[in-house]
Ligand binder design. Sequence first.
Ligand code: NDP
Length: 346
Amino acid sequence: MSVTSGPKTARRWFVNETPKGDLTDTTLALRDEPLRDLEAGEFLVRSIYLSLDATNRVWLSTFDHYMPPLLPGDPMRGFLVGEVIESRNEAFPTGSLAVGIHTWSDYFVTDGTDFSVYPGVDGLPLSDFFGVMTVAAPTAYHGLIEMAKPQPGETVVVTAAAGAVGALVGQMAKIAGCRVVGVAGGTDKCAYLVNELGFDAAVDYKSEPILEGLERACPDGIDVHFENVGGEALDAGLTLASQGARVIICGLISSYNNDVQDDGVKMIRNMIFRRIRMEGFVILDYLDQYPRYYEAILPWIAEGKLKYRLHVVDGIENALDALKLLYTGGNNGKLMVRIGDEAVRA
Ligand code: NDP
């Protein structure tokens, strides 16, 4: 069966060169590609939103990590949601919305591997469901609630606190009855944490050494340190950790642009003296737990206990420039690209 009523070509980002350090204008290249005909079991998707994630830079690295590395010539990979516009797959009928991992493309053909049908949640727009529930909220829930098990009265510190994951971690810790301190870059982000999200304190690592800021904000030490950044931030967390502290390694974004992995962490000895448990995770290992996580998270969103910001950039052609924002702190909230419009064809 041919792609009859849809487009004959797709715009798709490819890896042009393996980055050495920061992403540049030549790391990826946007090209037109012919769209092939559908085979049995396949369907054609019109992309609506592309999620931009800090880990996209990790995928472009050649060291051993948790996915096959993306090499020059490979299409760029990402999380997408889109409308099925032609289908030879009964599980994804025409007109349904598919969420999953594919290429940075405005149209693509897939057999549905790594895709699910968008479930639809009353009162939650597609943009919000996709931006918050696909990765950020389950990551925050798994790392904080399931792994750290925060107790009322404990002090929780989260880094990259104004970002997609960090903002949710801090608010979930407030729901758990904790005292919450966020670390973020700049006065606006810090004011947002305290004034709009209800954090107890915020440390602006761009205006003072992070250890000094955390010492002041956490006079009784840190019981849970939720790490999204690494380096100095993680070292400060280990330095100020209380007895029996849990240190959750969710992300190390400050080192994603480095070829040499040196996270600058020195205070390992406190893991012994303070009986610290430090543990990392990849949320993709817990997809089977999503229904359970959604049961907890969706009511919090409905009740206004979990707030979030979406940072939406328009146009697939702007995806590479938009991705760079994550590594400079230029994003305010969950970063995503609107590739096509939300309205589903009748
Ligand atoms: P964010 O929305 O938090 O955006 C990234 C933020 O990181 C920036 O806005 C910036 O905030 C901060 N940042 C970037 N570079 C640096 C740096 N050199 N030093 C200090 N801060 C920096 O992104 P996400 O919420 O999507 O991701 C947050 C973290 O969570 C990432 O490390 C990511 O890899 C990790 N993650 C892990 C998952 C897992 O399964 N383990 C799943 C999803 C995300 P600021 O302006 O405050 O500096």
